[in-house]
Design a protein around this ligand. Structure first.
Ligand code: RNT
Ligand code: ZN
Length: 414
């Protein structure tokens, strides 16, 4: 019996249809972030990365031009099964002939090349205004700045981005998720915690006053607990962002690196699903802090995927990746993280979720635990290989050979 046929029969004993799981997963889009390819540098500013986030490592071969970043992304995505979206930051605007404009004046035309690229690959586009690594960030503040010129600049940036997000959706025919995250905060204990949040609220109101088609653009708001150099206070805290999202009917976004170390996003998903039509995630791996290591197939990534699948929310959760590792081959970093997200989703789709729910309701916690443990050693890898094959993606470790060849012929020559 072929390996997959054997695996299929093992899962079938528990009422799990592996073919169906594979079919379902093929159409679940995962948004892959452009910023893994160049250490969050972008093309519009010479400023060092700021905003309390950091890339570490100096692996050779980083993309430094739009053409390089596109080529690297294309190579990486050819090695990942399933549906993908490209997630762009505003700092990746492409200015022709050096006609650079400020972030408050960017327009759809500055992203036309990205639209062309996305269309050529049948991918949707997501978007993010970039409120960091820029001379107009004043004293680590943007939308919450007490300096009106600074605050207004960043409001105009947010407004410009709403129009670009709508352009992306119109052009690709797929909805665009536009995520707002600001780094604003204080290193030391502030004496006024209210006013910065009031200014952030006012700024968001002004950005959202721009008319946009809500069936095309989903505006999300990402909270955070702290950043490097901003340890004592974050304007866009979890409470602020959840409350604001609720007040304006926009979509909350949870990044699993943005909570206290023993808090888990997997436990928060069900609550947010009860009160929001859609929710959004940044899937990352925080090692001791919001370090943005490459996503691995760890317990929390699996648990997040289980929550999405078990709550029948594959079409209600925008799944995006958010990590940046400069210490390993960046194309491989993309491939590893994106494949792991897909693996976590497949793992969740291959669990006997109805049976487990039944045991929970019957208070049969013994069987509930026993089955979950049993499933950890079922032939998952065979189903994963079949999914890769069915999606035209490399099986097993084949992909690393492609990355090695790309490194010697392209990356090492940069
Ligand atoms: C930072 C946030 C944010 C960024 C990207 C680059 O802590 O997670 O999402 O990582 O916008
Ligand atoms: Zn994030």
């Amino acid at each position: 019996m072929a390996n997959y046929e054997y695996a299929k029969s093992v899962y079938a004993k528990y009422g799990v249809d592996t073919d169906k799981a594979i079919e379902t997963l093929k159409s679940v889009p995962v948004a892959v972030h452009c910023w893994q390819g160049d250490d969050v540098v972008g093309f519009d500013s010479k400023e060092a990365l700021s905003g309390g986030i950091q890339t570490t490592g100096n692996y050779p071969g980083k993309a430094t031009t739009p053409a390089e970043l596109m080529a690297d992304f294309e190579k990486a995505m050819s090695l990942v099964p399933g549906a993908k979206k490209l997630n762009l930051h505003a700092s990746y605007a492409i200015f022709e002939d050096g006609n650079i404009v400020g972030r408050d004046a960017i327009e759809p035309k500055h992203f036309a090349k990205w639209v062309e690229f996305a269309k050529a690959h049948g991918m949707g586009l997501d978007f993010n205004p970039t409120f960091f690594a820029h001379p107009m960030v004043k004293d680590n503040l943007t939308l919450s700045s007490p300096d009106e010129e600074t605050r207004a600049y960043w409001v105009r940036h947010g407004q410009a981005c709403v129009k670009i997000a709508e352009y992306f959706a119109t052009e690709t025919g797929m909805p665009c998720v536009m995520n707002i995250w600001i780094p604003d905060g204080y290193k030391d204990i502030p004496t006024d915690r209210l006013a910065p949040r009031a200014r952030f609220k006012k700024s968001l109101d002004e950005i959202l006053a721009v008319p946009y088609d809500k069936s095309k653009v989903y505006i999300t708001l990402e909270s955070k607990v702290f950043g490097i150099g901003l340890e004592s206070y974050t304007v866009g805290s979890a409470e602020f962002c959840l409350s604001y999202s609720d007040y304006k009917g926009i979509t909350p976004l949870m990044d699993n690196g943005h909570y206290h170390p023993t808090e888990v996003v997997s436990d928060k998903i069900s609550s947010l699903l009860l009160f929001n039509e859609k929710i959004a995630l940044h899937v990352t791996r925080a090692v001791r802090w919001d370090s943005d290591h490459v996503v691995i197939l760890d317990d929390e990534t699996k648990e997040i995927a289980k929550e999405i699948v078990r709550n029948d929310a594959l079409d209600r959760v925008f799944i995006a990746l958010d990590y940046f590792d400069a210490s390993i081959n960046r194309v491989a970093a993309w491939v590893i993280g994106a494949r792991n997200m897909q693996k976590a989703l497949l793992n969740a789709l291959l669990l006997p979720n109805d049976l487990l729910k039944k045991y929970q309701d019957e208070a049969n916690y013994t069987k509930m635990l026993a089955i979950q443990e049993e499933f950890k050693t079922l032939p998952f890898g065979e189903v994963w290989d079949e999914y890769c094959k069915a999606s035209g993606a490399p099986v097993g470790m084949e992909w690393i050979e492609v990355v090695d060849a790309y490194e010697s012929s392209v990356l090492s020559k940069r």
